[in-house]
Design a protein around this ligand. Structure first.
Ligand SMILES: Cc1cc2nc3c(=O)[nH]c(=O)nc-3n(C[C@H](O)[C@H](O)[C@H](O)COP(=O)(O)OP(=O)(O)OC[C@H]3O[C@@H](n4cnc5c(N)ncnc54)[C@H](O)[C@@H]3O)c2cc1C
Ligand SMILES: *[C@@H]1O[C@H](CO)[C@@H](O)[C@H](O)[C@H]1NC(C)=O
Ligand SMILES: *[C@@H]1O[C@H](CO)[C@@H](O)[C@H](O)[C@H]1NC(C)=O
Ligand SMILES: *[C@@H]1O[C@H](CO)[C@@H](O)[C@H](O)[C@H]1NC(C)=O
Ligand SMILES: *[C@@H]1O[C@H](CO)[C@@H](O)[C@H](O)[C@H]1NC(C)=O
Ligand SMILES: *[C@@H]1O[C@H](CO)[C@@H](O)[C@H](O)[C@H]1NC(C)=O
Ligand SMILES: *[C@@H]1O[C@H](CO)[C@@H](O)[C@H](O)[C@H]1NC(C)=O
Ligand SMILES: *[C@@H]1O[C@H](CO)[C@@H](O)[C@H](O)[C@H]1NC(C)=O
Length: 580
């Protein structure tokens, strides 16, 4: 049986039927529509952008001998299958038109389906502009507007919700904007100090390598493959250094962007302040096309790191210990600079990374001493290891290396994040409720819960103030963000789809019920999420974000699933993007 698991109506919006040709003006054109531009028109666009227009050829076309790109080549296809599984994102990320989420990639041109199935574009953009500067972005925006074509913005294509892909789209491909400039003396009303300006195609691993030896560290993703200026910072971001310096979006000094209306400008805490505010946490692909970002750079120094593991040798004692661990977690990050990352399965709790910036390993022993006493009391054997690194990047590399890509981060996880309020873990009743929830999610040994213990509360003497931004207020009250996690299985997509359904239908509502009133990390959500996404992803910032979007995107060019304003669009039954 052919498995085509992506329903044509992807989005949780209602399907407005757009049955007849005359309704097309409310929908964007897709290939085959009468108003889809002909070759000469695309050729003209190509000339406008200096020959940098790329027609998408799916990488897996070499696995198929039917469809638009028949080119079956068995050894090349087998190599691609291995690359998909082993190297993951490294294979797909540098490709225009590809996206990394298996659900959106679907079976339209998969290396794992029969060669006789046609290779089709599916949700891949039809064309990409290989952006080199603002003029390319302006040309793309104008073309999409003039010809009524769906527009997407993509830097790495990592997005879990398919926000950097789109059927029938023209893509602004930002991945080759790779400049990294250190600014030793940045000066503004809000900040005097070092900074670094990053082109929007810079991935974290490249930034860490480039900054190695400069004496600076930045608040950036753990996973080397992740972009910085795109969805990461615009979605608020997460890092091991947030407790010391604040949220990634709090670090932003300047955005260089083109608005959907085509204006090329700079947004800072002093100028174009509405865009500055919205871009810093209000979600990627929504308010403008970012060419570069300038963020704070901080003096580097030693970092104490380590790991801690204890196993489930006695179920009751183990879950009591996990409950104590969560209950104790605020003490790990209260009035400190620390970050603690761990995972829980039905068989183990493993801290795979302690990060204590500018401290030594004795601080780790002090930090966990009270908890280790509980483990002893509960007769649970543990193993604690500590290491000292001379820089942050070296510390990061111990858990997430080697650079630039790293090998810890799963490329295709099934995931739905939740911000865990400090009050939830401190209260013994709500803490117990949360533990029961995690215990049942992990019970059959299939799922693990990955967590990062953080503190980005306002008013900290450690972090100091930051300019106002659109980071979800739930972050400020959170002690951790935690994700139930499972890898996508390319060889058994039906099983993976069933896991997604279990996550969104069963587990995620249970986690929400255990953490009422909190929110999520908007970048790490499942596209099938059915809850109140506006409140969950943006909190009380939603209405202001929508006003800012409307002011700068009068022609509604920028759409992405779960982006602010997304419910002003629907997909018709041929996956055309339509105005609702
Ligand atoms: C393997 C993996 C590892 C990850 N690691 C981390 C991590 O360590 N820390 C963390 O916090 N998160 C991490 N994430 C989540 C990551 O932050 C999000 O997937 C984020 O959306 C990636 O942004 P991107 O720009 O790289 O991706 P893309 O998929 O290219 O874009 C994501 C969104 O941002 C928009 N966008 C991209 N570029 C621009 C631009 N220049 N201007 C305007 N909009 C733009 C897109 O339109 C889309 O809406 C990881 C995800 C994966 C799959
Ligand atoms: C755009 O022009 C370049 C240079 O002539 C060419 O290599 C490329 O194939 C063209 N792109 C498309 C989509 O035709
Ligand atoms: C995109 O443009 C860059 C230069 O900015 C070039 O190095 C790269 O080869 C181009 N990529 C493709 C796929 O055309
Ligand atoms: C925070 O820690 C510093 C240094 O350890 C100490 O001087 C200060 O009193 C602490 N503040 C609070 C509120 O605990
Ligand atoms: C670790 O740091 C503490 C406090 O900063 C200090 O007292 C101690 O001597 C240091 N230990 C080592 C081994 O450097
Ligand atoms: C936990 O279990 C794993 C796998 O059985 C084992 O390798 C490890 O040594 C155990 N760790 C502790 C601290 O008991
Ligand atoms: C940083 O540079 C030093 C010296 O060249 C090297 O030993 C180290 O591995 C580098 N660290 C990272 C994280 O690249
Ligand atoms: C954990 O799950 C595995 C299945 O993967 C199962 O064999 C094991 O018994 C479970 N452990 C506990 C303590 O429930």
């Amino acid at each position: 049986m052919v498995l085509r698991f992506l329903p044509l109506l992807i989005v949780g919006t209602t399907a407005a039927a757009t049955p007849i040709q005359t309704a097309y003006s409310t929908c964007k054109n897709i290939p085959g529509d009468g108003e889809w531009p002909g070759p000469g028109v695309w050729h003209h666009l190509n000339n406008t952008v200096g020959g940098r227009l790329i027609g998408t050829i799916p990488v897996a076309h070499i696995c198929h001998n039917a469809g638009i790109y028949p080119a079956f080549n068995e050894p090349a296809c087998v190599a691609l299958q291995e690359a998909f599984s082993d190297a993951g994102a490294q294979t797909l990320e540098p490709q225009p038109g590809e996206m990394l989420n298996p659900y959106f990639m679907d079976t339209s041109c998969s290396p794992f389906t029969s060669q006789s199935l046609p290779c089709e574009l599916g949700n891949r953009a039809v064309y990409s502009i290989n952006v080199t500067g603002p003029a390319d972005v302006q040309a793309g925006l104008r073309f999409a507007s003039d010809h009524n074509i769906r527009l997407v913005v993509k830097s790495t294509g990592l997005d879990y919700m398919g926000k950097s892909s789109g059927h029938g789209a023209l893509s602004l491909w930002m991945y080759n904007l790779k400049s990294i400039d250190v600014i030793h003396h940045y000066a503004s009303t809000h900040y005097l100090g070092a900074a670094v300006k990053l082109g929007s195609g810079v991935i974290a691993g490249d930034a860490y390598e480039a900054l190695n030896g400069t004496g600076y560290r930045i608040v950036a993703p753990e996973c080397g493959l992740t972009g910085i200026a795109g969805g990461y910072l615009q979605g608020g971001g997460h890092s091991q250094l947030v407790t010391k310096y604040g949220a990634p979006a709090d670090q932003v000094l300047e955005w260089e962007l083109v608005t959907p209306a085509g204006e090329y400008l700079t947004a800072t805490p002093e100028q174009n302040t509405d865009l500055y505010w919205a871009l810093a946490g209000g979600g990627g692909g929504t308010y403008g096309v970012v060419l570069s970002v300038t963020i704070k750079a901080h003096p580097d120094g030693p970092v104490a790191g380590g790991t801690l593991i204890f196993n489930n040798t006695n179920d009751a004692a183990f879950w009591e210990a996990v409950g104590i661990w969560f209950h104790t977690s605020p003490s790990f990050v209260q009035n400190t600079t620390n970050n603690v990352q761990f995972l829980v399965t039905n068989a183990t709790l493993e801290v795979f990374s302690f990060v204590l910036p500018d401290q030594n390993t004795s601080a780790i022993h002090d930090l966990v001493a009270p908890f280790l006493a509980d483990l002893k009391r509960l007769n649970l054997v543990y193993e604690l290891k500590t290491t000292q690194s001379s820089t942050y990047a070296d510390s990061l590399a111990t858990a997430y290396g080697p650079f630039p890509y790293g090998n810890l981060c799963p490329t295709y996880p099934i995931i739905s994040s939740r911000l865990i309020p400090r009050t939830t873990v401190l209260n013994s009743i709500s803490n117990a409720h949360l533990m029961d929830t995690y215990r049942s999610i992990t019970a059959d040994g299939t799922w693990f819960i990955g967590c990062s213990i953080i503190n980005v509360a306002e008013g900290s003497p450690i972090r100091g103030p930051h300019p106002p931004n659109a980071v979800h207020p739930a972050w400020r009250k959170a002690i951790a963000y935690c994700n139930p996690n499972n890898p996508w299985d390319w060889h058994d997509p039906e099983k993976s789809l069933a896991l997604k359904r279990q996550l969104v239908d069963e587990f995620f509502p249970a986690v929400e019920a255990a953490t009422p009133g909190s929110g999520v990390y908007l970048n790490e959500m499942d596209p099938l999420y059915t809850g109140d996404w506006k409140q969950t992803m943006y909190g009380d910032n939603y209405d202001r974000l929508l006003r800012i979007k409307h002011a700068h995107d009068p022609h509604r060019l920028m759409y992405a699933q779960f982006a602010v304003g997304a419910d002003e669009f629907t997909l018709d039954d041929e996956a055309r993007l339509c105005h609702a």
